[in-house]
Design a protein around this ligand. Structure first.
Ligand SMILES: Nc1ncnc2c1ncn2[C@@H]1O[C@H](COP(=O)(O)OP(=O)(O)OP(=O)(O)O)[C@@H](O)[C@H]1O
Ligand SMILES: [Mg+2]
Length: 234
């Protein structure tokens, strides 16, 4: 049985446009599991990024509840929420953002590099092995400028994985990439999802990405209109 990581119950979100209420997410019930690459699809403006932000505890829902591994995390104080966010989620966005002055290895470790303390050797080793698993070892000690956008995006994935998130949340991670790099990044994300303790959620409006999903959830006007899961061969 796949482990449940994140549960959304009755999630709605309103934004106000010149005092007119706009309901951009409508009563979403979803559950996300370890070992699965779930795609959230839907046209522009359907609410994908809003949903991903709510899942990652970046944005509060207007209604509904969120559970991480069964624990209700809907009403936590900000500091506790921030701790949970750091501990449970990794984020990858459309455009990779690296610090140009740091090496690739330093970029992966940057969130753990508290001023005045050394990054523990075990964490450096982990960063190295993440780079190795993505075929990027040779770049550990170079600056980001020599990498292609696709390689940078895989570095961004490594950085998002360094603290072992249970859920990797990716917003249009391939939309800035050509077909070849897009396929490399998608294969990487698929590999990342093949873990009994981790799931991957990938937001996209590109149908070419769908075949990579174990599951494709489609949003339209803020509501789930399809939730399809690939049949697993017995
Ligand atoms: N901070 C905000 N304030 C007001 N309206 C917002 C805000 N964020 C999003 N919206 C509105 O909510 C709706 C859903 O936006 P969202 O960004 O979640 O869509 P999306 O599916 O990610 O679209 P895209 O594919 O273009 O990224 C849109 O109508 C958008 O204008
Ligand atoms: Mg979006």
């Amino acid at each position: 049985m796949a482990k449940s990581i994140l549960t959304l119950k009755g999630i709605s979100r309103d934004f106000y446009d010149a005092k007119v209420r706009q309901r951009v997410l409508k009563n979403i019930d979803l559950e996300f599991y370890a070992g699965e690459l779930a795609i959230v699809a839907g046209p522009s403006g359907s609410g994908k990024t809003t949903l991903l932000s709510i899942m990652g505890l970046i944005l509060k829902p207007s209604e509904g509840r969120i559970y991480i591994k069964g624990e209700d995390v809907s009403d936590l104080a900000e500091d506790r929420e921030a701790t949970l966010r750091r501990r449970n989620f990794g984020f990858v966005f459309q455009t990779p953002t690296e610090i140009p002055a740091l090496t690739i290895l330093e970029n992966i470790l940057v969130a753990n590099a508290v001023q005045g303390t050394r990054v523990p050797p075990a964490l450096r080793d982990k960063a190295q092995s993440l780079l190795a698993s993505f075929g990027l070892s040779e770049y550990a000690h170079v600056k980001p400028k020599v990498l292609s956008t696709g390689e940078k995006q895989r570095v961004a994935i490594a950085r998002a994985l360094i603290n072992d998130p249970v859920l990797l949340l990716c917003d249009e991670p391939t939309s800035a990439l050509d077909a070849e790099n897009s396929a490399l990044v998608l294969d990487t994300l698929k590999g990342v999802s093949r873990d009994d303790d981790r799931g991957v959620v990938l937001v996209t409006h590109d149908p070419r990405v769908y075949p990579y999903g174990d599951r494709v959830i489609t949003l339209e006007h803020g509501a789930v209109v399809h939730d399809w899961r690939r049949e697993v061969a017995a």
